[in-house]
Design a protein around this ligand. Structure first.
Ligand code: LMR
Length: 338
């Protein structure tokens, strides 16, 4: 009897619409031929639930697509080239992840990339507005603190903005925090649980070390050093690459983790939580990174900001005006573009 019951529930699970959907995703990578785009596409390709992995870039990607298509996973790899094929690339996508744009050079701040990369946000948001307004749209392209407000403004102007479906990927800040804190504690970084709030540039990146699990018990000076390293980790890579760009491999790792979380949540998995930079009412900044529970339709729940210590509250007070200014700049960019 019990066996029959189990068989029946397995049958229901394997034929439920969620299960069918879980094997039927289209994911589009914009900027798929670039330094982040290639490893990101490779890692996303490993997800067995993908029906179509659509690669978009400004240059031809036949070679990359053929290469990826030989991996023994179900589904197909398609390519789309240039602005004229952007709408076709995103059409029908469950998730669109954007890695296109210029990287930083040594000595540059992320903000300085807005002139080069703002147009990417505007063009992708325009294409999504027309061809796939219901998709989950996630940006890696910098400066995240401005790019997400730009995309939001374009989606708003087109009457399709849904704050629960637009993301700036800040997963790499969490990945780095886990690694650096885990190493400092002599623990497996995978077992470190840490929330990173704020934005994705310098002091706007705020890892909440006081909430870390297991607790980090270092001296104040060590805590300060760790926070600074997490905030400047992107610059550490830019310097090490000495003119050859910024983080690509660790960013692809983080981006693929975020896409995987989105897909698991779309598929009906409960309790999927990621930090991301989104339109938010948690603070006075209109866009803010915090912990989010993901669901079938994007953000299911904005988790409360955890209880912070005095140092963290001071750091939050300092970063909020920066995020507000960044949001205004991103919105201005969009208004000029539209
Ligand atoms: C990073 O954090 O590595 C990226 O935002 C790239 C950069 O410019 O630092």
């Amino acid at each position: 009897m019990m066996l029959l019951g189990r068989l029946k529930s397995q049958l229901v699970a394997s034929t439920s619409p969620w299960r069918l959907l879980a094997r039927n995703y289209k994911v589009t990578v914009v900027g798929a031929g670039g330094g982040i785009g290639q490893p990101l596409s490779l890692l996303i390709r490993q997800n067995a639930g993908i029906r179509e992995l659509a690669l978009h870039d400004i240059n031809e990607m036949k070679g990359i697509a053929t290469d990826l298509s030989h991996i023994s996973k179900p589904g197909r790899v398609t390519t789309f080239v240039g602005e004229s094929q952007l709408e076709a690339a995103v059409s029908g996508a469950n998730v669109v992840v954007v890695a296109a744009g210029m990287p930083r050079l040594p000595g540059m701040e992320r903000d300085q990339l807005m002139a080069a990369n703002g147009g990417v946000a505007a063009k992708v948001a325009s294409a999504v507005s027309v061809a796939c307004p219901g998709t989950l749209l996630a940006f890696i392209t910098n400066p995240i603190n401005m790019i997400v407000p730009t995309a939001a403004e374009v989606l708003k102007a087109n009457g399709v903005f849904n704050p629960r479906r637009l993301f700036g990927i800040t997963t790499l800040d969490v990945v780095r925090a886990k690694k650096f804190i885990g190493t400092a504690m002599g623990k497996d970084p995978g077992n470190v649980d840490i929330t990173v709030i704020g934005g994705h540039a310098g002091i706007t990146i705020l890892p909440l070390l006081s909430t870390c699990k297991p607790p980090y018990l270092g001296e104040a000076k060590e805590i300060e050093k760790l926070i600074h390293r997490i905030q400047e980790a992107g610059t550490e890579v830019v310097k090490a690459k000495a003119g050859n760009g910024s983080a690509t491999l660790s960013m692809a790792y983080a981006g693929a983790q975020f896409v995987d979380s989105l897909l698991r949540a779309i598929g009906g998995q409960e309790g999927v939580v990621e930090c991301a930079f989104v339109a938010s009412e948690l603070t006075e900044a209109p866009f803010f990174a915090s912990s989010l529970e993901l669901g079938r339709y994007g953000i299911k729940r904005y988790l409360e900001i955890p209880q912070m210590n005095e140092l963290e509250m001071e750091a939050l007070a300092k970063l909020l005006p920066i995020l507000r200014k960044n949001a205004e700049e991103g919105i201005d960019f969009a208004r000029k573009y539209l």
